[in-house]
Design a protein around this ligand. Structure first.
Ligand SMILES: Cc1ncc(COP(=O)(O)O)c(C=O)c1O
Length: 414
C-alpha cells in the first residue's frame, strides 16, 4: 500500500503510444481516448496500480468494484494459478467440474440457507448482465408474466434483456428500435402507491431493483423501501429480484446489502467481487422458484460456452471464503466511516460502507476525475448526469491514503 508515485507526466509516453494503437484498431465507441486519458494498466497490488510508464496510482474504484479484497489478492491469485495448472476449461452444462458443484452449494449456503429461507439454486453466467437475464427468464417461467418493474436510474448491464430493464436513457436510446417493451419504470425510491399504480396498469412478473443504486449515482433509498417492495411482491404474488452485482460481497458493510433491512429476495444476482477478477456471475434463487425451469433433457435452455469455468469457480470459492469472515464486513464499515468523514469536508456524501458518492456537478465531477488522474488517483463519476464523484476502493485503503485524497479534493473539484 502506498501513495502515488509519478515518474512521467500523465498519461506518459507509453500510454499515449498505446492509445494511438487502440484508436486505430478498437471500435471507436469502446475506450474513451483523449490527450489526457487514459493510462494503460500494467500490474496492480492491493490499492495500487502501475501503468505502462511505471507510474504508481492509488485506485479508489477497485476497478468497478471488482477488486474489493485488493488487486492481485494472494489467495485469489493462488486459486487461479493453482487451477490453471490442472484444468482451464470444462464443459459447463455437459461434463462440469467438482468446483462448479462446490460453488453452487457455497452460493446457496451464503444466501438463502444463511437467511433461513431454505435451499438456493444457482444459474452461473459470465458477466453481471447475464445473471440479470437468467433472473428475468426465471421470473417468466415461474410467474408466466412477461412484465418487469424496474427503476429509473437503475443499471443492470447492457445485454438486450438487462438493457430493457436499465433505467438510464443514455444506454437505451440508440438501441430503442431493438428493445422489447416488457419493462415499466418507477422512480427510485418511491412510495408504495406508485408501485401499486404500475401493477394496476401492467401485468408484472417481478420487481428488479438494486438495494443501493450504483451507476445511478450511489443512491441509498430509505430503510423501509426494500421491505415495502417485499410486501408488495408478496401481496401480488410476484418475485422480488435483487441486483447485488455491485453491492454484494461486503461493499456496503454487510455481506449482502439486503441484510441491512432483513429482506430476503426470491432471486439475487451477483457478479463483480464474487471472483475478485474473473468474469463469472451468478443468479441464485429460492429452490422452489428456480424449479420453474424444466428438468434438462440433454439440451440446456440457458447456458454458454464458458458457464462454470473452473478458473472462475476456483477464484469465487477463494473469494467467498474470505468474504464470509465477519471481520471483512467490520473492516468495510470502519474504513467506510473514515472515508465518509474525509469526503464530508468537501461536500454532501451519500452511500453505505465503501460505496460512497460525493455530490457535485457534471463539470466538476468530470474535471475532478481528470485532475485526480494527473495526481495519481483513479476515480470515476457516476449518476445519470455523471455528477457524483464515486468512491469504491479496495477494502484495505489506509488512513494515509484517505488523508492524501482528502487533502486534494478541494483542488480537484475547483
Ligand atoms: C448493479 C449492476 N448490475 C449489473 C451490472 C452489469 O454487470 P456487467 O458489466 O458485469 O455485465 C453492473 C455493472 O456495473 C451493476 O453495477
Amino acid at each position: 500500500m502506498a501513495l502515488p508515485d509519478l515518474i512521467t507526466e500523465i498519461p506518459g509516453p507509453r500510454s499515449r503510444a498505446l492509445a494511438a494503437r487502440l484508436r486505430r484498431y478498437e471500435s471507436r465507441n469502446v475506450t474513451f481516448l483523449a490527450d489526457d486519458w487514459p493510462i494503460f494498466w500494467e500490474r496492480a497490488e492491493g490499492v495500487n496500480v502501475w501503468d505502462s510508464d511505471g507510474n504508481r496510482f492509488l485506485d479508489l474504484t477497485a476497478a468497478f468494484g471488482v477488486s474489493s479484497l485488493g488487486h492481485t489478492a494472494p489467495d485469489l491469485r493462488d486459486a487461479l494459478t493453482g487451477q490453471a495448472q490442472v484444468l482451464m476449461h470444462a464443459m459447463g452444462d455437459v461434463h462440469p467440474t467438482e468446483l462448479k458443484a462446490e460453488l453452487c452449494a457455497r452460493l446457496s449456503a451464503i444466501t438463502f440457507e444463511r437467511w433461513g429461507a431454505g435451499q438456493g439454486k444457482v444459474i452461473l453466467g459470465n458477466s453481471g448482465f447475464e445473471a440479470i437475464e437468467a433472473a428475468l427468464k426465471t421470473s417468466l417461467l415461474r410467474t408466466g408474466k412477461r412484465g418487469v418493474l424496474a427503476f429509473s436510474g437503475g443499471y443492470h448491464g447492457l445485454g438486450f434483456g438487462a438493457l430493457t430493464a436499465t433505467g438510464l436513457p443514455f444506454f437505451r436510446e440508440p438501441f430503442r428500435a431493438q428493445l422489447a417493451d416488457f419493462a415499466a419504470f418507477a422512480p427510485y425510491p418511491c412510495e408504495r402507491e406508485q408501485i401499486e399504480a404500475v401493477l394496476r396498469e401492467r401485468e408484472i412478473g417481478c420487481v428488479l431493483v438494486e438495494p443501493v443504486q450504483g451507476r445511478g449515482g450511489c443512491v441509498v433509498p430509505p430503510r423501509d423501501f426494500l421491505p415495502m417492495l417485499r410486501e408488495v411482491c408478496d401481496s401480488h404474488g410476484i418475485l422480488l429480484v435483487l441486483d447485488e452485482v455491485y453491492t454484494g460481497f461486503n461493499r456496503t458493510g454487510a455481506l449482502f446489502a439486503c441484510e441491512h433491512s432483513g429482506v430476503v429476495p426470491d432471486l439475487i444476482c451477483l457478479g463483480k467481487a464474487l471472483t475478485g477478477g474473473f468474469p463469472l456471475s451468478a443468479c441464485v434463487g429460492r429452490a422452489a422458484v428456480m424449479d420453474a425451469w424444466p428438468l434438462s433433457s440433454g439440451e440446456a435452455l440457458h447456458t454458454s460456452t464458458f458457464l462454470g469455468n473452473p478458473l472462475g469457480c476456483a477464484m469465487a470459492l477463494a473469494s467467498i471464503e474470505r468474504h464470509g469472515r465477519p471481520e471483512i464486513a467490520q473492516l468495510v464499515r470502519e474504513r467506510g466511516a473514515r472515508l465518509a468523514a474525509a469526503l464530508r469536508l468537501a461536500g454532501e456524501v451519500r452511500g453505505m460502507g465503501l460505496m460512497l458518492g460525493l455530490e457535485s456537478t457534471t463539470e466538476r465531477a468530470i474535471g475532478a476525475v481528470k485532475r485526480a488522474l494527473r495526481d495519481g488517483v483513479l476515480l470515476l463519476a457516476d449518476g445519470p448526469e455523471s455528477d457524483v464523484l464515486s468512491f469504491s476502493p479496495p477494502f484495505g485503503v489506509a488512513d494515509l491514503e484517505i488523508d492524501f485524497v482528502a487533502g486534494k479534493l478541494a483542488a480537484w473539484l475547483s
